[in-house]
Design a protein. Structure first.
Length: 335
């Protein structure tokens, strides 16, 4: 199995500057939700147009230079919602990277109004985007940061646009606990009762899904995406139940774009957790099928000249975006 030509089926271009010196919290966060609150939700609130463009440019250039065949992104920048997907799409188009983009609507900063604006950005981009090999889906951050009404609206919008949902599902047990506290058996029961099991949708993680829930996803035609480096780094567990579905792809969840490193982590982690080796080894290549579903057919792999151009541009991009990164860390420290 070669990592060149693989699709990264769940990532976050907005974290592209993180390797350029993002400050760590003063003390290690004690759990997954604290990691989100202390690191990633502060980073996303600090993003402005310049830093988002710089993040996307660096991430996409690296991904193209390293051999990725496509990116399925999940985006949030609460202080730059309207127009944010065009910033990402421009970076993908510049480096000829096939991509599927969404804004992850959430209520965690500004309630229902924030969620409506996130969904509206997905709809606007889906209707206006004309860039070739760049698709749009409807995003929700995760079920634990949105109300029932927002989930219903997102699913309705996805069907209306003829597209699907992209959402973090049961990444940590906190997501399952939240669904139960709202009166559901779990996240999949909640999404089912709210009519949000839209066929073809992309559910990232599924670490805390049961075998029956994973089978329900497969039966509904839903994709699950495993992110081994992120799951290990966040200590959320290993997604053993994913073995129950043939529709499982591989993503980096914002980790640097080297799919070879993600495949190595998959092989190590799957062996360490007694996962089915054949099922695990099928996941890296499955992203191409997912991408083709969303882009209306298989897209040609990036050309050697696109790879070479990205590799040539990379050192210049890295030097140029360092000042954007420094300004971003400064804003982040004040949030
Ligand atoms: Zn993610």
């Amino acid at each position: 199995m070669t990592a060149s030509g693989l699709v990264n089926a769940h990532t976050h271009l907005y974290s592209g500057l993180a390797p350029l010196g993002m400050p760590s919290p003063k003390a290690p966060p004690p759990d997954f939700v604290s990691i989100l609150q202390q690191v990633w939700w502060r980073l996303d609130r600090a993003l402005d147009n310049a830093s988002l463009a710089a993040s996307a440019e660096l991430y996409v250039a690296e991904a193209m230079a390293l051999g990725a065949a496509g990116l399925i992104d999940h985006h949030e920048s609460p202080n730059l919602i309207e127009g944010s997907l065009d910033v990402l799409a421009d970076a993908c188009a510049r480096f000829e990277m096939p991509a599927v983009l969404c804004y992850g609507a959430t209520e965690r900063n500004g309630g229902r109004d924030e969620a409506r604006r996130g969904l509206a950005e997905c709809a606007r981009f889906a209707r206006e985007n004309r860039r070739p090999a760049i698709g749009a889906v409807v995003g929700l951050h995760a079920s634990f940061t949105v109300s029932d009404d927002t989930i219903r609206e997102a699913a309705h919008l996805a069907r209306d646009l003829g597209t699907v949902l992209h959402i973090h599902v049961a990444e940590d047990k906190a997501d399952v606990d939240d669904a139960r506290a709202r009166g559901y058996a779990g996240v999949i029961d909640r999404l089912t009762k709210l009519d949000a099991m839209v066929p073809g949708s992309i559910f990232a993680h599924g670490v805390h899904l049961t075998t029956d829930e994973v089978k329900a996803c497969e039966a509904a035609g839903i994709w699950l995406v495993q992110n081994p480096r992120s799951n290990k780094g966040n200590r959320v567990g290993y997604p053993n139940a994913l073995v129950a579905s043939s529709r499982v792809a591989l993503g980096t969840d914002g980790y640097p774009a080297a799919m070879a490193d993600e495949v190595s982590a998959l092989l190590e982690e799957s062996a360490a957790h007694d996962d089915d080796p054949d099922r695990a080894r099928a996941r890296p290549a499955a992203g191409a099928t997912l991408l083709a579903e969303r882009l209306g057919g298989a897209v040609p792999p990036p050309s050697p000249s696109a790879r070479a151009a990205a590799a040539t541009a990379l050192s210049g991009v890295r030097a140029r975006v360092q000042s954007d990164a420094n300004a971003l860390w400064e804003r982040m420290s004040r949030l």
